[in-house]
Design a protein around this ligand. Structure first.
Ligand SMILES: [Zn+2]
Length: 259
């Protein structure tokens, strides 16, 4: 899980300042095709920045979730926490038996076009890890009745407005809310800490992409400039490509052949 914090302090929900004792977690999805978290938060260099001033950090919206899961600036998935977890959120309206706003922490998963399996896999896993960490923090059992529910399940229980999320999306990729709860419980037990080879390759790929976005260390800059000036390595944006990433034998051979 990649968690950043950017509270929406101008949102009326934040400013209302009411607190809850969290008894569960409600999962939502945004209902709009925009996977960037910066659609909903002002953002920063890591999250990406909202260019249109239409994020939720403003008055007059009458809605606010505790977190958003979606793409950051680097295209990888992360979570931005937007309210303190024990603040009373405005995420699910009300049903005939009351409102989960009074009991449940909420997060929104940013929807894309709902066709991309790799995006779904990434946000689903992020949502599992986020829910697991919240269940641990608040000592909640994700398999207990009514604890981890989606908006649609909240509606059926009479504690939320009539929305379909997330059951218009998860089943497209073979996941039910029972699967989700089971995955959260498994993650909490630590079963999934055993990394499979396929996961390791994914992590390695992700790690290298992260390294690839980092600028050169200050001490290395003169040597990099020297290598560029001597024509031994190619210049990319005033430095070399991916200065902090690993070098392969074939890349080394290319550099050596330029000596
Ligand atoms: Zn919802």
């Amino acid at each position: 899980m990649r968690l950043r914090k950017q509270y929406l302090t101008k949102n009326d929900c934040y400013r209302a300042g009411r607190t809850i004792r969290p008894l569960g977690i409600m999962i939502h999805s945004t209902g709009a095709n925009n996977p960037s978290v910066a659609r909903y938060v002002p953002g920063d260099d890591v999250i990406g920045r909202n260019q249109y001033g239409n994020d939720w950090d403003r008055p007059g919206l009458e809605k606010c979730a505790h977190a958003f899961v979606g793409r950051f600036a680097d295209g990888l998935v992360g979570t931005v926490q937007t309210l303190p977890w024990n603040r009373r959120g405005w995420h699910c309206g009300r049903g005939k038996n009351g409102s989960a706003n009074d009991t449940h922490i909420s997060f929104e998963i940013c929807e894309d076009g709902l066709e991309d399996a790799s995006y779904f896999k990434a946000v689903y896993q992020e949502a599992v890890e986020l829910t697991a960490s919240l269940c641990k923090e608040y000592n909640l059992d994700p398999l207990a009745d009514g604890v981890v529910i989606c908006h649609q399940e909240g509606y059926r229980r009479g504690i939320a407005s009539n929305h379909g999320d997330v059951l218009h999306w998860f089943p497209k990729f073979g996941k039910t809310m029972d699967d989700f709860r089971a995955d959260v419980a498994r993650w909490m037990e630590g079963e999934d800490e055993t990394v499979t080879y396929e996961q390791w390759k994914e992590y390695m790929d992700r790690y290298r992409r992260e390294l690839g976005t980092q600028p050169a260390s200050q001490w290395a800059v003169p040597y990099i400039n020297k290598a560029i000036d001597a024509g031994r390595m190619d210049e990319v944006n005033g430095s070399i490509e991916r200065p902090q990433d690993f070098v392969t034998r074939q890349e080394l051979a290319t550099v050596v052949s330029n000596l």
